[in-house]
Write a protein that binds this ligand. Structure first.
Ligand SMILES: *Cc1c(COP(=O)(O)O)cnc(C)c1O
Length: 395
């Protein structure tokens, strides 16, 4: 079905940060399949795990113990400080689990019509509940009636949350991205999550973080909340967790995690041995290759270089980033074409990038990025932006 309008290119193989198309043209991948292939393409450790596990066992169902799932869950709990994990096959499903936990938590506390606070410009997925939670009309339009039970608040606005607390007695949770990805790489104030944590503690609400895009080292910490001195009650993961095999996870602390009892939730495929063995290798590899430190180093390098080349230009509104989530917000009035055209122009220069929220060039390069590749991203993107701004002036 025509759910996407794909670009006219097919990739046949990849290695590290590079992809080759069917005409053997080489491309630098600064998008990683939308923050999925953090370890790059065809990483030998991932290939080995997938092939070995495929030769042993793919699937048994959750009607039996799955040691690979238990191992992955304990690794995730160790790096996150959480206590329990539910495994799904996608990000939207991980968020569905979080939403169900919040509602059940509410009902267990005698709240009849539990509501979850969600943010403007958020993105939480395409299932009915997650698109209803999403703060983007384009994602919702045509799919009404939406799922009830969400209260919308502006992102990065603590007073708005306090106001909701004063005027509602049925709130059970806040669901928020630590950095809004699809919404345009929107980074909140440094103490935003701390303040949300404080309100949730006062109100007995669950703080639920959607780390589907920010998680698994992308932000320069294992999880973006670790830039703050807090723990969430619930956290969702997917994207980079499997480096390309479909896996999602909903993590919870004891309080939120004990809400689900046998029969409350499930998944046929979720947590199967192939996905879990692969995700365990993702974690092992991020550790053994010291990728957290590489992310921080490359993040500073890219932000400095972009600031150098583009920071003073009138048509560039802001350059922002956390770890290897980088956004360059343009003034669309000053660009010679639709901002989304940059994706095609970059493709012609053998670079894969993305444009989101109308006017934000979004870069999500692999965690293994090296300096030469970073230089190449900066020079291609800067050249395209500068050309476009000059063309507009000339016209
Ligand atoms: C991608 C994304 C999702 C949805 O994940 P799917 O695997 O596409 O269902 C949810 N939340 C955030 C923050 C995302 O970036």
């Amino acid at each position: 079905m025509k759910t996407y309008a794909p670009l006219d290119v097919t990739f046949e193989h990849g290695e590290g940060a590079y992809l080759w198309d069917s005409k053997q043209q080489k491309y630098l991948d600064a998008l990683c399949g939308i923050a999925v292939c953090g370890l790059g393409h065809a990483h030998p450790a991932i290939t080995r795990t997938i092939t070995e596990q495929a030769g042993k066992l793919l699937h048994t169902s959750n009607l039996y113990q799955i040691d690979k799932q238990q191992h992955l869950a304990s690794q995730l709990c160790e790096i996150s400080g959480m206590s329990r994990v539910f495994f799904s096959n996608s990000g939207a499903e991980a968020n569905e689990a979080a939403i169900k936990i919040a509602r059940l938590f509410g009902h267990n506390n005698n709240i009849e019509n539990p509501a979850i606070i969600v943010m403007e410009n958020s993105f939480h997925g395409r299932t009915m509940a997650t698109l209803s939670a999403t703060g983007n009309r384009k994602v919702q339009a045509g799919f009404e009636p939406l799922v009830q039970g969400f209260i919308r608040a502006p992102f990065n606005n603590v007073d708005a949350i306090k106001n909701i607390a004063e005027n509602n007695n049925n709130v059970v949770a806040i669901l928020v991205e630590p950095v809004q990805g699809e919404g345009g790489i929107n980074i909140p104030d440094a103490d935003y999550l701390n303040q949300l944590r404080e309100i949730c503690d006062q109100q007995n609400w669950l703080l639920m973080l959607d780390e589907i895009q920010t998680g698994m080292a992308r932000s320069g910490q294992w999880f973006a909340f670790q830039h703050n001195n807090i723990q969430p009650d619930v956290m969702t993961l997917a994207k980079a967790l499997g480096n390309g095999v479909p896996i999602g996870a909903c993590l919870a602390n004891e309080k939120a995690g004990e809400v689900f009892q046998p029969g409350n939730h499930g998944s046929t495929f979720g947590g199967n041995p192939l996905m879990c063995a692969t995700a365990s290798t993702v974690i092992d590899t991020i550790k053994s290759e010291n990728l957290l430190s590489n992310v921080n180093k490359m993040s500073r390098y890219l932000l400095d270089a972009f600031n150098d080349k583009l920071g003073q230009l009138d048509g560039v509104r802001e350059i922002r980033g956390l770890g290897l989530m980088i956004g360059i917000e343009l003034d669309s009035e000053q660009v010679a074409h639709e901002c989304s055209e940059f994706v095609k122009l970059a493709l012609q220069k053998n670079l894969l990038i993305n444009v989101t929220a109308g006017s934000v060039i979004r870069l999500l390069p692999p965690l293994i990025l090296d300096q030469q590749q970073a230089d190449s991203i900066v020079s291609t993107v800067s050249e395209l932006v500068i050309d476009s701004l000059q063309n507009k002036v000339a016209a």
